[in-house]
Write a protein that binds this ligand. Structure first.
Ligand code: SAM
Length: 266
């Protein structure tokens, strides 16, 4: 039976081993700043409050914020911010809470209704982040971690993998949450390491836009998708030949270095 979708993606984690598994996956944070996305009732927060040098939690639900502030009132290292993570400048938040030049860690049992947006947001601020340990719907995690040639490989995989090395840590059944979601959930560890310099790309925003064009319609060939975003058949043919890519290929089959070569050739 279909469950009613909880408000703000609020499926709270009630599996003790899982919340410890998520906190443990961050490693030693005793000298580090951690940003938690969506602390909820504090399942992960309560572990990290005793471990992190500084823990900054971003929670959108204004009803949860006073509860969290009260619960962690004796933890001067914990700050609860009432905000939408997608509207939060994470780079500025890290600069305000970590020593100059030091990156922060991110963690969260993500609200599933905006998981992809949060992942793109983390990528956009990845220069300020070292590692993120994030839980999401299993199918989305499979897409994030998919390799080229796999049917799950798409815009989300290509974009995230330009910014981070992704490892699949563990998967949880619906019963690990209250209320239980309809789906299984997977925890990913993203170690941020941008591939832009290595692939010779200086215009990250332009490249991200190019990737969107390449994956615009999953069933179309790369060549047709590029035509749809304004390139001429001649430009596409020349770029494919320079990049060693067959124009009849679909974007889901291309490794990141071929996307980069095509982008540079175009
Ligand atoms: N961390 C808690 C846990 O594991 O039990 C709660 C996880 S629950 C899946 C997602 C949390 O994100 C909720 O507390 C929800 O209110 C919060 N949330 C939803 N949308 C948000 C947003 N745009 N910005 C910040 N927090 C958000």
């Amino acid at each position: 039976m279909q469950q009613r979708k909880p408000k703000l993606g609020q499926n709270f984690l009630v599996d003790d081993a899982a919340r410890h598994g998520i906190a443990d996956a961050l490693g030693d944070v005793s000298a580090r700043t951690v940003i938690e996305i969506g602390p909820g009732h504090g399942a992960i927060t309560s572990i990290l409050a005793d471990r992190a040098k500084k823990l900054v939690c971003i929670e959108l639900d204004r009803a949860l914020v006073p509860e969290l502030r009260f619960r962690f009132r004796n933890h001067p290292n914990v700050e609860i911010i009432e905000a939408d993570v997608l509207k939060t400048d994470l780079t500025a938040l890290v600069a305000a809470n970590a020593p100059a030049g030091e990156k922060a860690f991110a963690v969260g049992n993500l609200p599933y209704y905006i998981t992809s947006d949060i992942l793109f947001h983390l990528c956009a601020h990845s220069a300020a982040l070292e590692v993120a340990v994030v839980m999401m719907q299993r199918e989305v995690a499979d897409r994030v971690a998919a390799e080229p040639g796999n049917r799950d490989f798409g815009l989300l995989s290509a974009t995230v993998q330009m910014y981070a090395n992704v490892a699949n840590l563990f998967t949880l059944p619906p019963a690990a949450f209250d209320p239980p979601p309809d789906v299984h959930s997977t925890v990913l560890r993203m170690a941020f390491a941008s591939r832009f310099a290595e692939l010779g790309i200086h215009d990250a925003v332009g490249f991200d836009r190019f990737l969107k064009g390449c994956f615009q319609q999953k069933r179309k060939t790369l060549s047709n998708n590029l035509r749809a975003v304004g390139y001429t058949p001649e430009q596409i043919a020349a770029a494919c030949s320079a990049a060693g890519v067959q124009s009849s290929v679909r974007a889901e089959a291309l490794p990141l270095d071929r996307f980069a070569a095509l982008f540079l050739a175009l």
